[in-house]
Design a protein around this ligand. Structure first.
Ligand code: BDR
Ligand code: CA
Length: 319
């Protein structure tokens, strides 16, 4: 099993990504760290704890609360229009008795990097504030992860919060820039591939009809939370009856890199300019030298990715 830490601003697609990781027999979720983003960090943390309860894992997996705001910028913008007032499309999750651990997300990331050097896969599904803070605490952790898989950015396709920037990178551009600068081994799962990884209403209907009884509460949660998300993507992206599984794809790639094709490009993150901050700038010249070499996912078998997720929700295999 792969040891994984997931960092999330637990919104709709984060929740699906977390459930997938919790269900996968290939993944050992060591802990979950939370961050502001789609909603504030209190709501993201509450959603995470409740999700663990839904999965029957209350008090089994440590949750560390993270950043409430970006490193330096003061313009925090939540995404209630995408994820609903509570971040999970208005769906209700069962109350949990689990408490967060006393360490902050950044402290927990540092601690785990030292506890299992070279063994942890860190998957970030939100602003990279917690990881940037962890690097501030201990720059030495840059070389201590097995892999760092990041949902964020776009290279060849436009952004989603500005013409050139994606939400997770734009929401804390300085944090993203610091993580790129650190020289960590990064695999970037951006809009280039997540917009090709679509869950359809038809597939959701199939899950509702065929998932075994033990998985039905989770599938019912998918139904309740995804309605809002389907509607947003219809209005914003003209997707009819389909929505991108951004965060889920990052977890899937961490588990199974053969789902994507990557290109190693020198890159840095722009931090200036209202429309430009958070943009991934790649140096694709003949002799690239600006920025750091990073693996960008540019091709994906979206159907295979979604069918892996479907298979897990359909299987009798227990959590
Ligand atoms: C990213 O932003 C959030 O809305 C999603 O959860 C995902 O992490 C997509 O741009
Ligand atoms: Ca997210």
């Amino acid at each position: 099993k792969q040891r994984m830490i997931l960092d999330a601003d637990t919104g709709i697609d984060d929740a699906i990504a977390l459930l997938y990781a919790l269900l996968s027999p290939e993944i050992q979720v060591e802990g979950i760290t939370t961050c502001f983003g789609n909603i504030d960090v209190e709501q993201a943390t509450d959603n995470t704890l409740r999700l663990l309860k839904l999965a029957g894992l209350e008090n089994d997996i440590p949750v560390a609360k993270g950043a409430a705001h970006p490193l330096v910028r003061t313009d925090v913008r939540f995404s209630e229009h995408v994820h609903g007032h509570n971040g999970i499309g208005g769906a209700e999750l069962p109350a949990s008795n689990q408490q967060v651990i006393r360490q902050s997300a950044a402290e927990y990331i540092v601690e785990m990097a030292h506890k299992y050097p070279g063994e942890i896969t860190l998957v970030t599904l939100a602003r990279m504030t917690n990881l940037a803070l962890a690097l501030e605490l201990d720059p030495g952790i840059a070389g201590m992860f097995k892999q760092v898989v990041v949902m964020g950015g776009s290279v060849l396709v436009p952004g989603n919060v500005s013409p050139v920037a994606e939400a997770n990178f734009a929401g804390d551009a300085e944090a993203a820039a610091a993580v790129f600068q650190s020289g960590m081994p990064l695999t970037i799962v951006g809009l280039d591939v997540t917009l090709q990884t679509l869950l359809t209403r038809h597939q959701l209907g199939y899950l509702l009809e065929h998932a075994p009884a033990a998985k039905q509460p989770m599938v019912a949660f998918l139904r309740d939370s995804l309605e809002h998300y389907f509607r947003f993507y219809q209005e914003a992206n003209h997707l009819i009856g389909a929505c991108p599984m951004h965060d889920l794809l990052a977890v899937l790639v961490a588990e199974n890199p053969s789902l994507v094709t990557t290109q190693n490009l020198h890159a840095f993150i722009a931090t200036e300019g209202e429309q430009v901050a958070g943009m991934v700038v790649t140096d694709r010249r003949a002799k690239p030298h600006v920025g750091r070499p990073v693996d960008f996912c540019l091709g994906v078998d979206g159907e295979r990715a979604i069918s892996r997720m479907m298979a897990l929700f359909l299987s009798e295999y227990p959590v």
